[in-house]
Design a protein around this ligand. Structure first.
Ligand code: ATP
Length: 341
């Protein structure tokens, strides 16, 4: 290997941010954790690795930042073979968030977030400014939280600090291992929403490990489903994964409630929008856009409890959506799924 990676000639913006080629890991005791894994993650993409316990998700993630060395294959980040780089140096350029946040208990929140910029040689003033911005970015008011200690924060708040700290070095790649696994379901949903917004804003490339298919489908631009023994069973968009599982294992894993899950990925089809007949647009408090997913549309309907919401395309009202419309759309999606199997 020449150290520049096989892909160094490809224009930077078009080559994958992360590329695993034929990667395998067999532990010393003979356990085959990952086999012949080929996986590409595009720049700015959020990819979820999902699968049953012990299928090699964490091992894969840790091979990307070289906490674990692969037995076979190669891993490139931005066209550079990671095995040719100093692991400590390399790891600093990759954000890493785990379930047990690992905050320093005797340091204030602001100091916890400042650690990485200080390591990079930033002045204290600059590191503090950056940490303050990051706390704001992850939804923690610095005036309230900067001077608290980790034990004075809830689990969800600590997780936010973990995300802020991982982002402190402005890493192009963020690896997350079950980051929201320990918080209750409601907080988890909120953290997921916030994280999606943040990722969109920052354009960071994310590999996110979860054992929860709902979380994977909700967050991932693409989802890699692993089977036991570290075999990649399917790597696809959430909609295709739910609509066209590659084999029985994936179909089982995606599960019998996949019809409902599809709601979270199917865009609202204009075919299910009803005409505005007799409804004055001024009467429509709740408005959704045509590119809303059915799941979000249903959430607005339930929240508003009004029986219908207005649907807009750009600035133009194109009709209304009712619970019946959502029902029809779901039935159509299920029929399409059945036809695809
Ligand atoms: N240090 C190790 N030595 C031997 N086997 C290991 C080691 N670490 C992990 N394994 C094994 O490798 C396989 C994959 O483990 P890994 O932690 O990657 O799975 P996972 O999909 O992340 O699981 P989980 O969802 O339970 O965290 C498992 O069978 C595990 O027991």
């Amino acid at each position: 290997m020449d150290g520049t990676g096989s892909d160094a000639m490809t224009p930077p913006m078009t080559r994958p941010m992360i590329r695993l080629s034929g990667v395998g890991k067999t532990y010393d005791d003979g356990t085959v954790a990952v086999q012949q894994l080929d996986l590409e993650v595009q720049r700015g993409e959020l990819v979820c690795l999902v699968g049953p316990s012990g299928c090699g998700k964490s091992t894969t993630l840790k091979m990307i930042n070289r906490l674990i060395e692969p037995t076979t294959g190669s891993i490139e980040i931005d066209g550079q073979d990671v095995t040719g780089q100093d692991p400590v140096e390399m790891r600093r350029g990759i954000g890493y968030v785990i379930q047990q946040v690992g905050l320093f208990p005797h340091q204030k929140i602001i100091q916890n977030v400042m650690t990485v910029p200080l390591l990079y040689g930033e002045s204290k003033a600059k590191a503090r400014q950056r940490a303050t911005e990051l706390l704001e970015l992850v939804g923690l008011d610095p005036a309230t939280y900067a001077d608290r200690y980790p034990h004075q924060l809830s689990g969800g708040q600590q997780q936010r600090v973990g995300v802020a700290r991982a982002l402190a070095a402005n890493p192009p790649v963020l690896l997350m291992d079950e980051p929201f696994g320990a918080v209750d379901p409601i907080v988890r949903l909120r953290l997921q929403d916030e994280f999606l917004r943040l990722q969109d804003e920052l354009g960071v490339t994310v590999v996110f490990v979860t054992h929860d298919i709902d979380e994977a489908v909700r967050l991932g631009d693409r989802v890699a489903v692993f089977a036991t023994g570290g075999r990649l069973a399917q790597y696809d968009t959430p909609a295709r994964l739910l609509g066209r599982p590659a084999d029985d294992f994936v179909a089982d894993f995606v599960g019998s409630t996949s019809g409902l899950r599809r709601l979270t990925v199917i865009p609202l089809d204009p075919a299910h929008v009803e005409p505005l007949d007799g409804v004055r647009t001024g009467d429509l408090d709740a408005v959704i856009d045509t590119d809303t997913t059915l799941g979000d549309a249903l959430a607005v309907l339930l929240r508003e409890d009004r029986g219908l919401v207005g649907v807009k395309q750009g600035s133009q009202f194109v009709g209304v959506l009712t619970p019946n419309g959502v029902h029809r759309a779901l039935r159509a999606a299920l029929a399409e799924m059945a036809a695809a199997r």
